[in-house]
Design a protein around this ligand. Sequence first.
Ligand SMILES: Cc1cc2nc3c(=O)[nH]c(=O)nc-3n(C[C@H](O)[C@H](O)[C@H](O)COP(=O)(O)OP(=O)(O)OC[C@H]3O[C@@H](n4cnc5c(N)ncnc54)[C@H](O)[C@@H]3O)c2cc1C
Length: 340
Amino acid sequence: MDTKILQNVPLAQYTTLKIGGPADYFIKANSTTDLIKILSSADIKPITILGNGSNVLISDTGIRGLVIKNTSSEIKIVNCKLKIENFSPTYTQRQENEPDKYLDFPKIDYDESTLPISEIEISSGCLLSYIINWTLDHGLTGLQWFAYIPGTIGGAIVHNIHGGSYHIADYLKSITCFDQNSQKTVTYQKSDLNWQYEQSFFLQNPNLVILSVVLNLFHGDTIKAKSVRDAWIAQKIKVQPMNSPGSAFQNPSLEICQKNWGEQKSAGWIIDHELNLKGYSIGDAQISNQHSNFFVNNGHATASDYYKLIKHVQNLVKTKFGFDLLPEIKFLGDFSTPSK
Ligand SMILES: Cc1cc2nc3c(=O)[nH]c(=O)nc-3n(C[C@H](O)[C@H](O)[C@H](O)COP(=O)(O)OP(=O)(O)OC[C@H]3O[C@@H](n4cnc5c(N)ncnc54)[C@H](O)[C@@H]3O)c2cc1C
């Protein structure tokens, strides 16, 4: 293990939003072996895992205990050219109501589910962008739908990320974790766990640290997949600002939308068309002019500004429509003290 535990380390630099106070204690895990060693020997508690910090809002007072920044990045093909059975994508609720402004998923979607697959084993700290390029260069497709998502595969599994019509769990074979309660490693098959839009077993069980995953990927058309990846990136650059933690809110359920609008609506559409809040700001935290479900840091936003902006939108939706708009972002640290 070539890294040491540091004290009082500012965490804003480890997030896409560039917001957040210090970690009491901080260490980088550069491999799966390091990650296991740190987890099994650390006597500083609690432990928080940070992937690429692209889905978190860290409080201004930071995070107590030990923060492990996961940069483990091994990747290898473990089983080649198998036949897959029962590839069944889960329905995604990520819907754009103005497809002319955003990518129109059904238009570019295509089915690869009958192709032979290979199994890829990946350390949890590996960046999705690296995995997508590596697998395409090795003749494997399936992850092109997740291009431009700036997270690690560990963070992607925790949030069961969605891209186009797919969730990352659709491609999953198994996950190996370190259980902080039993101090043992445990492997789950995909079918052992329940997967839904923005939901995973790991959000409910923070004692489990994902060490590595095995994905099933297709021996598909890499030229076609690369063109999807590139189109996706070109389109997302225009509408998804990187100085954010991704979408602020989950899209409301179809049931809620049908009651209010007669059809599925996205959180961004509601913020834009029903609340008229595009561009609205509190301090340097702003509802992006590019996409109303992306809240950005214009330079000096505090976590408190950002949190107030989220609460403001939630309160307006609750008052006007009577339902709770649920955050897609994970809040780390203490947000209980009243904001100044
Ligand atoms: C510009 C932009 C575009 C985005 N587009 C999308 C999109 O299209 N679809 C989508 O679904 N999301 C999107 N996101 C959100 C985000 O990138 C994903 O959720 C991402 O996969 C999070 O991974 P991360 O490594 O950054 O996780 P982090 O933000 O570091 O962590 C998120 C949570 O997971 C936990 N965690 C991280 N790693 C582990 C691990 N190994 N074991 C256990 N717990 C862990 C953390 O403790 C934290 O609670 C976008 C974000 C941005 C900034």
